[in-house]
Design a protein around this ligand. Sequence first.
Ligand code: HEC
Ligand code: HEC
Length: 404
Amino acid sequence: MEARSIKLSPACFVFLGCLWGASLAESLGATPTTWAQIGRQVFFDTSLSEPRGQGCVSCHQPKAGFADPRQVSPGAVKGRQGLRNAPTLMYAALIPSLRLEDTYDEQGEVEYLVEGGFFRDGRSQNIFEQIRVPFFEPQEMNLKDDAALAHKLRNAAYKKELEGFVGEEVWQDDSRLNNSVYRALVEFLREPVFRPFDAPIDDYWAGQTEALSLAQRRGLKVFENEGKCANCHWTSISEWPKPLLTDSGYDNVGAPGLGQRDPGLGGVTGLKEELGFFKVPTLRNIALTAPYFHNGSIKSLREVIEFYNQRDVEQGRWEPPHYPGTMNREDLGDLKLTQQQVDDLVALMEAFTDRSLLNLQEGDLLPKVSSAIPATEQSRAFFMDPPDPIDVSSPRRPSNRVAK
Ligand code: HEC
Ligand code: HEC
């Protein structure tokens, strides 16, 4: 970790430059603002889209765990929409940057698996790459180019604060101004509100057995054993000091196909064997973020669990998947769980909800948190600068390449 933290990427130099600019502005008596505070303003700003009316908050709604309760989100332009359900932003800043993990397949041949990365298909390798995308997607905020965003920012309600914070030189430069705003949004998503770890399951793991009901405790056993859930939604610690309920990998659970085919990870890597693969999402706050799966095809947690349990035996209940050839048939599809075990798993999922989100009151913009893990002073060591981009389409498995 030490070696990695001293490797500064060019983006980091730019950032440090901005930071010095900011502290200079502060020492000259301008408002003492932080990156995260700027990010927060931008997050709630619905004047930046074209036409106006949409911002991050429109599709990542606090009361829905910063996900979208709609199956897919409508864009700023009437009639436009994407193919995917907007995921939660809780714990999103903790998703590792994309990397290739080497393992061996059944034939003993080296195989490189994709882990980490942003969006459900991993098409943005790290959060810095991801954060700029929504502004310019035609089916999202629909801005034409850098100049359009910079122009909107210079007219935002918080323009004085932003100008004072970034300094005159950056304020006048479209791409540097936009870059500061991306950086600010990343810092905002790293704030304690997005990583409180204050769910009942956390109390339970901290030793308070009664934090979970009996049904939930039975559910946790099923989750880690017969249900095989923890094979992919890890309950152990990996890179963060608390379980994130994901292994950051990709798989094809055979989600019911809706409308246009969505190649997922295979569309990004060009590998046939990864068609229909989507990122394993965190299950933290899952009870707040219906509907489920990349296309929002499943409406309730009970139905998700019935799907995992019965997909391959209850013929005709769900639409056929778009990519049956790559579908996982080993870990799910016919789990043979009893009704009691299904009920217990449903109960367990409720224990993944952060109390701070449950306590959100009508009119509160953001939840109030009393803790974050690790505490902000130590969190820098965990939020690393993005590594150099990786070529995921390099010949990992040339025989399986999809003709594009
Ligand atoms: C029109 C709705 C919409 C708007 C506006 C929007 N998003 Fe999203 N967001 C989505 C959808 C849908 C996805 C998933 C897309 C995909 O996987 O291809 C997503 C994915 C993300 C992710 C990736 C999470 C992950 O698990 O990989 C982050 C982070 C994110 N959005 C942040 C933002 C921020 C910050 C803004 C404002 C600048 C924003 N979004 C604006 C709909 C939206
Ligand atoms: C082989 C890996 C794997 C196993 C095992 C697994 N999951 Fe998943 N899980 C995934 C993937 C991949 C997705 C995303 C699928 C998609 O978007 O199409 C997912 C999505 C989900 C979702 C919806 C998340 C969301 O935000 O839409 C829930 C809930 C869930 N899993 C619960 C469980 C439970 C409960 C079990 C055990 C019964 C389980 N999973 C077992 C890989 C797995």
